[in-house]
Design a binder for this molecule. Structure first.
Ligand code: C2E
Ligand code: CA
Ligand code: CA
Ligand code: CA
Length: 274
């Protein structure tokens, strides 16, 4: 009886109530949204650790709702999935991201996040491919980022999508590596070019154990012939350590925060001069 009471309290807590209500509010605002006008992509630089030269940018979705103000992608991406709008949202964002890519030097790639729904939806994957074809961008300049959780949710569908995208020349990156319930066996079955090491490992690299885990992951990627990108690098100490253990690329506030295309173009000029 005690447990039941506790369960009741958790289920109907004001906090839970507020969360549900705000989820509904986000879904409602999304349904009314003019995606083309309200959505933006910001771009965050990714650089080579050895040379510090810019290699790619990650496109990160930004939404300013006239009803709710700024809402973060951690909130509105899951809402769009629940509201059945992720297909349309993903294609809107990809269109904007490809337009940015077109403005960047030809040796710079763009990394784009796909949700679990996107990767298991054949229609979405086919639309992505035709958008890329129509954009006339060299497909190998595009990297799609997938999380392990997304891949493992419906492995067969994800595998088919990954193979299709890869056959076009698009690169595949595994996002948030090490945070899901990894089963490493699937890695052999997929054509994965890059692994993005989740930023929780960077935060954990303060002590000996954390550093050992990080260097083991990097050695593993090397043996699997996958490039590794460290996410969430915030300090020079972290960067030095990553360099010592042979990580390829890095991304994080130490290098730059995500920014609009105009700011990025200025950042690239400054970065090339220094
Ligand atoms: P993610 O793909 O893991 O993206 C990295 C997140 O870490 C971004 O948050 C970025 O702003 C943040 N970040 C980058 N460097 C640092 C750092 O040095 N320190 C810290 N503390 N954070 C850093 P953001 O932009 O809020 O995006 C959150 C998540 O939303 C993303 O995580 C991704 O899962 C999702 N997301 C963003 N844009 C899209 C999109 O266009 N499509 C989909 N499906 N998901 C997206
Ligand atoms: Ca990502
Ligand atoms: Ca990530
Ligand atoms: Ca993440």
């Amino acid at each position: 009886a005690k447990n039941q009471r506790r369960g009741f309290a958790i289920l109907y807590s004001p906090e839970h109530e507020r969360r549900i209500r705000s989820e509904r509010a986000v879904e409602a605002a999304l349904q009314l949204a003019d995606l083309e006008a309200e959505m933006e992509v910001h771009l965050q630089p990714i650089a080579c650790i050895a040379t510090e030269s810019l290699k790619a940018v990650e496109a990160l979705a930004r939404w300013t709702s006239p009803h709710l103000g700024r809402v973060g992608p951690d909130v509105f991406i899951p809402s769009a999935e629940r509201a059945g709008m992720i297909h349309r949202l993903t294609l809107t964002l990809l269109g904007k991201a490809l337009a940015c890519l077109d403005q960047l030097p030809p040796d710079i790639r763009l990394s784009f996040n796909l949700s679990a729904h996107d990767i298991t939806n054949r229609e979405t994957v086919l639309s992505i491919m035709s958008l890329v074809r129509r954009s006339k961008i060299v497909p190998s300049r595009l990297i799609v980022e997938l999380t392990e959780t997304a891949v493992l949710r419906d492995f067969e569908a994800a595998e088919a999508s990954v193979r299709l995208l890869h056959s076009l020349g698009i690169q595949i990156a595994l996002d948030d590596f090490g945070t899901g319930q990894s089963s490493l066996s699937y890695l052999r079955q997929l054509p994965i070019d890059k692994v993005k090491i989740d930023r929780s490992f960077m935060a954990g690299a303060k002590d000996g154990k954390g550093r050992e885990i990080l260097s083991a992951i990097i050695a593993f990627c090397e043996s699997m012939r996958m490039q590794c990108v460290a996410e969430g690098v915030e300090t020079v100490t972290q960067l030095r350590f990553l360099k010592a253990v042979g990580c390829n690329d890095f991304q994080g506030y130490l290098l730059a925060k995500p920014m609009p295309l105009g700011d990025l173009l200025v950042w690239i000029e400054d970065h090339n001069q220094s």
